[in-house]
Design a binder for this molecule. Structure first.
Ligand code: ZN
Length: 199
């Protein structure tokens, strides 16, 4: 950010008085432009023993498979956002169920919330952001072509839990580790244990 969206003057990055982190600050009008993490909402649409996956028609990860998910919009709930994204990307109508995975992705300032959901009918198809949309059973999941680590991890957990017949809330952190670019590590939280706030 270079210019203030309130008055058009140049902003600079500094720690405002009484704050502890650097922010984009406009000294002309006094506005502090806070930037906070974005919430990504989506779901695992179920139909009998299959789930719905979308192949991406957009960057990043063009051509790879993912669950319907996207940025939450102002004025909606996380459940409404998950259902809206499913309608937009897969032209599918779902009943949103329980929250299933919650992942922090601090290296890209995102929080993912994925719900289990039930397809209301088998009428679906690719939306503008998808090349194709398919109902797949476990043996058909393209594990080597999943677009994002958070989606791959959620699907791995889903099939483990489905085999046990129980779907508790799974939460964890996906963190970048040193080494080759884009390498990340999954650190699951222990059930019922609140993770310490300090890194
Ligand atoms: Zn300003």
């Amino acid at each position: 950010m270079n210019y203030c969206s309130e008055c058009g003057e140049r902003v600079r990055v500094r720690v405002p008085e009484g704050d502890s982190l650097p922010r984009h600050v406009c000294d002309a009008c006094g506005t502090i432009h806070y930037q906070n993490p974005k919430i990504v909402v989506g779901c695992i649409p179920e139909w009998e023993d299959r789930i719905l996956l979308c192949r991406r028609a957009i960057e990043p990860r063009y051509g790879l498979w993912t669950l319907p998910a996207g940025f939450m919009e102002n004025g909606e709930t996380v459940q409404q956002g998950a259902a809206r994204e499913t309608l937009e990307e897969a032209r599918a109508r779902v009943e949103i169920g329980a929250l299933y995975t919650l992942f922090n992705l601090p290296h890209i300032n995102q929080v993912y919330m994925l719900f289990r959901s039930r397809l209301l009918d088998a009428d679906f198809g690719p939306g503008a952001e998808s090349l194709e949309v398919e109902l797949l059973d476990e043996s058909q999941i393209p594990w080597d072509d999943i677009a994002f680590p958070v989606i791959r991890e959620s699907l791995l957990l889903y099939y483990q839990d489905r085999a046990r017949g129980d779907f508790p809330l799974r939460s964890g952190d996906i963190v970048r580790v040193d080494g080759p670019p884009r390498r990340v590590e999954v650190q699951m939280h222990k059930p019922g244990v609140i993770r310490a706030a300090t890194p």
